[in-house]
Design a protein around this ligand. Structure first.
Ligand code: MSP
Length: 547
């Protein structure tokens, strides 16, 4: 049964022969931001990440480390789990493809495909890239001078009995589908890329989905083809099934089809062509969106093993410990390669974003307002009620301006425009700052003691500012849950975490001076003495953390 309120978001499952780095962290944090946004919007969310464990590379690196493939997978899967927990990711499950619940489902799916004729046994001859564990098409092999485009090593010509998936059958159907559903592959440049490869004269061929099992232990790692122990399921097919296997239970079926498969652009073909075709063959509904983001580079250079310039977990941790985990998540989710070009993880850019959006943005704005309320109203939220007209102010217009953010943010988040959604918070803060500058409450305060009208005007202005900051905090919350919960606690309002637990939605929370709004007289805290603002200014000249 489908559930219109369900929101199912997935990340790629990561190879366990590698340690987590900025790229893996990015995709998973981004999915977390989307998951948190949707929980706050009242959707029933299921957020899945995990590890892809049946690659041949796992056997090789396990041997290099003198441990069994399973032990090696256990160790590295734990490192991924730990990394995502550290980053505050609220995934609802973590799938490992070596788990029985996944393996059993994969066998069942393959059996179904064999029974329906979508998978058949044949013979495959082709150019094999051993490092990538994938066959390269004849054209691609020729163009690359029969060398791997990834590691430059010679491609190997191989012939082997093999199970094929009838991909050729789905070319027209896929093309029509992608043409009819612009949201199916995003961003649009990625969609055009795929369409270009589906339009004649381009031709889809059937694809091998098995690898032979021999005496070599390296070939024994993986899920067997049901009924034929001499073959195992190709790691990519095994891996793609995770998205379905995890929710293919009576309680979780409502989450299928996935709302968003968030991936990097490197694995677009598997997700936008092969996976949908397999789903069509199984008679399963298709995901709503496959979103392929770009790549992070480091200080202007492509990250690579040979250059040794990967932004690894240690560096990620160092940034979080220096600037806060919230700030790190903010940088990743607002400055990352969501669409279009690759993004640079550069220290100067990090500090610039941190200062502009956080220290001089929401941090400074909140502390300015809390300080004024402390100084002029003894730390209690002023009373703005009953003020209909005061000379020189158009209150309904001002309130209207300060409340536009939440609807817009929810709409953008549901379109997976996470940059736009998070920008809504920044824009709201900018409006509050502008409002403070034009109304100059600090000047009004000088006359407030002798002039009751000015005192009331001051009360209304500061109430507006504090109320708008409260709303902004919820807009920032999906990216920066701890700092925003701290701010909302200072304001005496439900934190984002509590709101989600209590089932309050962004629409409820963003209602101006509504049930969950700031109450006149409620204490507003400046925060612990000495702890200062939420984000203290940083100096771009300081040494980058983790160096
Ligand atoms: N195991 C496959 C995916 C199977 S999904 C059914 C795989 N794993 S991976 O460990 O190589 O991770 C690939 C993903 O990591 C990319 O698609 C992307 O999401 C992320 N990134 C890895 N490096 C990256 C960057 N430099 N920048 C951004 N993200 C990148 O492929």
């Amino acid at each position: 049964m489908s559930n219109a309120g369900a929101y199912y978001i997935t990340t790629p499952i990561y190879y366990v022969n590698d340690r987590p780095h900025i790229g893996h962290c990015y995709t998973t944090v981004l999915a977390d931001v989307a998951a948190r946004f949707h929980r706050l919007m009242g959707r029933e969310v299921f957020f899945l990440t995990g590890t892809d464990e049946h690659a041949d590379k796992v056997v090789t690196s396990a041997a290099e480390h003198g441990v069994s493939p399973q032990a090696w997978a256990d160790r590295n899967a734990a490192a991924f789990k730990e990394a995502f927990a550290f980053l505050g990711c609220t995934n609802d499950d973590f799938i490992r493809t070596t788990e029985a619940r996944h393996r059993e489902k994969v066998s069942a799916y393959i059996s179904r495909l064999i029974e329906s004729g979508a998978v058949y046994k044949g013979e495959y001859t082709g150019w094999y890239d051993a490092g990538q564990e994938e066959y390269v098409t004849d054209t691609a092999a020729r163009e690359a001078d029969y060398k791997s485009t990834v590691n430059g090593k010679a491609l190997i010509k191989r012939t082997e009995p093999c199970y094929f998936f009838r991909l050729s059958r789905y070319q027209g159907k896929l093309r029509a589908l992608i043409e009819e559903r612009p949201e199916f592959i995003r961003p649009d440049a990625r969609r055009q890329e795929v369409l270009g490869r589906l339009r004649p004269p381009a031709e889809l061929h059937d694809v091998p989905i098995s690898r032979p099992v021999t005496d070599d232990p390296a070939t024994q790692w993986g899920i067997r083809i049901p009924g034929d122990d001499a073959h195992r399921v190709y790691v990519w097919i095994d891996a793609l099934f995770n998205y379905l296997s995890v929710v293919d239970t009576s309680e979780r079926r409502k989450f299928w089809p996935a709302t968003v498969h968030l991936i990097g652009k490197d694995i677009l073909w598997f997700h936008a062509v092969i996976w949908p075709a397999v789903l069509l063959a199984l008679g399963e509904p298709l995901p709503r969106t496959v979103f392929g983001h770009g790549w992070w580079i480091a200080e202007g250079q492509k990250m690579s093993k040979s250059l040794g310039n990967f932004i690894d977990l240690e560096k990620v941790r160092a940034y979080a410990s220096r600037y806060s985990l919230d700030a790190l998540r903010w940088f990743l989710s607002t400055q990352g390669p969501l669409t279009g070009n690759d993004a640079d993880f550069g220290h100067a850019k990090f500090v610039e974003t941190y200062n502009a959006d956080l220290a001089n943005g929401i941090g400074n704005c909140a502390s300015r307002v809390a300080n004024m309320i402390d100084k002029y109203f003894g730390g209690a939220a002023p009373d703005a009620q009953g003020v209909t007209a005061l000379a020189g102010h158009d209150w309904p217009r001002i309130v209207g301006e300060l409340t536009t953010g939440a609807d817009g943010a929810a709409h953008l988040a549901s379109r997976f425009d996470l940059h736009g959604a998070l920008r809504s918070g920044v824009e709201l803060v900018r409006k509050i700052d502008g409002y403070i500058n034009t109304t100059a409450p600090f000047k009004l305060a000088k006359h407030a003691d002798d002039d009751p009208l000015k005192k009331r005007e001051l009360a209304v202005i500061l109430y507006h500012c504090a109320e708008a900051i409260r709303i902004a905090a919820y807009l920032f919350w999906p990216a920066m849950p701890w700092k925003m919960d701290e701010l909302l606690t200072r304001w005496g309002c439900p934190t984002g975490t509590q709101a989600v637990q209590r089932g309050l939605t962004l629409a409820d929370l963003a209602a101006w001076a509504g049930e969950h709004g700031l109450k006149a007289g409620a204490p507003i805290s400046k925060g612990e003495a000495g702890a200062g603002g939420l984000f203290n200014r940083a100096d771009a000249a300081e040494v980058p953390p983790g160096t």
